[in-house]
Design a protein around this ligand. Structure first.
Ligand code: 5GP
Length: 253
């Protein structure tokens, strides 16, 4: 596959055309930003950590019936994805109160949110991603009622799957952000799912294992991302292999 023209450069990723019209390449760069780009750095290996974690989550979701844009990795930083028409929504699922919901509403940090709370922001840097509600989403014609229902149901399914997967590695999924796009076969999960777009806490110590380490100078963010990668990807893959081998042995294969 040949990488073509740059289509879009965001704060931490660049998207390129390819010689196949149905596929794009997403490059995970080593840039990290916070506070609407107010804090910026370039950190070696950051791109590959997020690419590897995203690829792992996308594959896991795919295996569990959630359609995502992920096709395959080209190299450590570049992912081949389905060419979706992205919907300008940031769909945030919250299991525990933290971050902006604590700043903007009278929630005490660490309050469990059951059922999980879905918050949808309008993806628009110039307007600082304002929060929407269903009526605004429909009035702005961002999507149809059926599409909105599908987006919310998918976000909750992703939450259930990732919450359980992470809990098995001793990690609490506090909240995360998803983006969706329209493809030929419906609405699929796009963008990335990584430590940049999730809030993860160590289930035992409560330590942050995500971009909050960078946002609030809580330690060495790349060392944290490396540890999370080991815990999530390497351990889960090993456990998955063990399960598969055990199942094969059990079935006499
Ligand atoms: P908050 O609204 O508390 O800042 O963010 C809630 C969750 O969504 C966090 O896990 C955060 O990382 C993610 N999130 C919210 N907005 C963005 C965004 O513009 N980009 C990324 N990568 N993640 C976001």
């Amino acid at each position: 596959m040949k990488q073509g023209k740059l289509l879009y450069a965001g704060k931490a990723k660049s998207v390129y055309r390819t010689d196949e019209k149905d596929h794009l390449i997403v490059e995970f760069r080593d840039d990290i930003t916070a506070f609407d780009g107010g804090k910026k750095d370039t950190l070696k290996k950051k791109g590959r950590y997020n690419a590897e974690v995203s690829a792992f989550f996308f594959s896991y979701l795919g295996e569990h019936g959630v359609k995502t844009h992920f096709v395959r990795m080209l190299d450590e930083n570049r992912m081949v994805v389905e060419n979706l028409s992205m919907i300008p929504l940031e769909v945030i699922v919250r299991n525990i109160a933290a971050g902006s919901i604590v700043r903007n509403y009278p929630f005490k940090e660490k309050t469990p949110l059951r059922p999980p709370v879905i918050v949808i922001d309008y993806k628009d840097d110039a307007r600082h991603d304002p929060m929407l509600n269903d009526d605004l989403i429909l009035a702005l014609k961002i999507c149809t009622p059926a599409e909105l229902k599908k987006i919310k149901n998918t976000a909750l399914k992703v939450n259930d799957l990732l919450k359980d997967l992470l809990a098995r590695q001793g990690i609490t999924l506090v909240d995360f952000k998803l983006e969706f796009g329209r493809g030929k076969k419906g609405i699929w999960v796009g963008d990335e799912i990584s430590m940049d777009s999730m809030r993860l806490w160590d289930a035992t110590t409560g330590e942050s294992l995500d971009k909050d380490v960078y946002r609030f100078d809580k330690g060495d963010v790349m060392e944290t991302y490396d540890r999370v990668l080991q815990r999530i990807v390497k351990t889960s893959s090993a456990a998955g292999k063990k399960r598969t081998t055990a199942a094969r042995k059990g079935s006499g294969d």
